[in-house]
Design a protein around this ligand. Structure first.
Ligand code: HEM
Length: 129
């Protein structure tokens, strides 16, 4: 189980550094995977992107608290995204993008423990089929 206290602290500090991280997260996602950008062409007002990121945040915060229902939600979302052409580990690139943005926002105060807690978290999410 990833360290909940550390993950929470990174959320709080990232929120202090940036009130709306959505543009940064999607910029990072599309830098890593430019081919994902056209998938959001229909999302003209950013509503889908906003609610998708919100779902990711809820999943992370639920998971570190040991929430079984968030595991089910993640599993269902992983499956349903196959319908958008987002297959298997591609789904996890979203969480890596969130981690990368938080790390950038917290630099130079991002610690080795924070890096390790996020690595644990990403590993745990990747293991949810
Ligand atoms: C790189 C990975 C991902 C890509 C490329 C992606 C892509 C998309 C696309 C294109 C849609 C819109 C589908 C449509 O309405 O036609 C969508 C919706 C959604 N995605 Fe993702 N997704 C990714 C990862 C995730 C993750 C990790 C979650 C969290 C569980 C998630 C949760 C959602 C939710 C909840 C919606 C519906 C949002 C709404 O319409 O209100 N997605 N995703």
């Amino acid at each position: 189980m990833p360290n909940a206290e550390i993950i929470h602290a990174t959320f709080e500090r990232a929120a202090e550094a940036c009130a709306d991280p959505a543009p940064l997260v999607y910029a990072r996602l599309f830098a890593l995977r430019p081919d994902f950008k056209p998938l959001f062409d229909m999302d003209t007002d950013g509503g889908v992107r906003g609610s998708m990121l919100e779902t990711c945040f809820e999943a992370i915060l639920g998971l570190v608290e040991g929430s079984g229902s968030q595991r089910v939600i993640l599993s269902a979302a992983r499956f349903s995204h196959g319908g958008y052409g987002v297959e298997g580990a591609e789904f996890d690139v979203m969480f890596a993008s969130i981690r990368d943005v938080f790390r950038d926002l917290l630099m130079p105060d991002w610690t080795a423990d924070e890096e390790a807690a996020w690595a644990d978290l990403l590993g745990e999410i990747a293991a949810i089929a």
